[in-house]
Ligand binder design. Sequence first.
Ligand SMILES: [Cu+2]
Length: 289
Amino acid sequence: MMALTALLVSGAAFASETTLGAPVPWGMGLQAAGGVIKERIHDFNTLVFWIIVVITIFVGVLLAWVVFRYNAKSNPVPSTTSHHTGLEIAWTLIPVLILIVIAIPSFRLVYFEDRTHEADLTIQVQGRQWYWNYAFPDNGGFNYDSRPVDTADLRDGQLRNLTVDEPLVIPAGANVRVITQGVDVIHSFFVPSLGVQRYTIPGRTIETWFRADRPGTYYGQCNQICGVNHWFMPIEVRAVPREEFDRWVASARQRFADTMPAQGSAVAAAPAAAPAAAEGGALTIAEVR
Ligand SMILES: [Cu+2]
């Protein structure tokens, strides 16, 4: 039901083929999955949820039975049993088995989320007080800042405290390796609908990955209290088809050319072919908004 609501909301606000990874009013479950990691998180969550339901019902029934059957009125002469070997083995072994049933998929998921061995693309994420900086080392090394849009400046379809001026654009379906770095204090790169979360810690470089299997817009926020504007440090990931991503890269290489390390002719030559594509790329991004 929750997933259905999320789907309806996303269908209303965005084109039908895009997914919306964002909080929804009265949402109580996990956000809709935009990729494989979040799907596995959903599966694991469902498994643990039903284990909890069964245990809660079992303990509730047991408690009610003891209260009604063995209260002082119904059971004036209490049993003097102090040990029951069979029972003690059971209430030790069964919880151990339950924990094993939870632990195996849990560890599998932790290691799956941890890093990818087949990255199609590497991006570098820096949390800063109070905005994000994204770098594309595979695409010329340009980088840019991503800052939130003030509520007063929001346009139609933009989300309060979530929409940013320069989203993180990635190709849909690609394994994106994320390298996080800290600059000032600890921040945390967190996009719930893509199932990705990593600290950005000064003096450290940490790796993780994510994949958006469907084109769409996925929102997140800094997830580590990092100062007075921590609440206003949103993340907007836009997953687009490969061709659109390539157009965006061409445009970004021009717009953020001053941030690219000088690497001789390879970098300098690339923008020559780009102007037309660059405009197209920028237009497409604007259209989606
Ligand atoms: Cu932060």
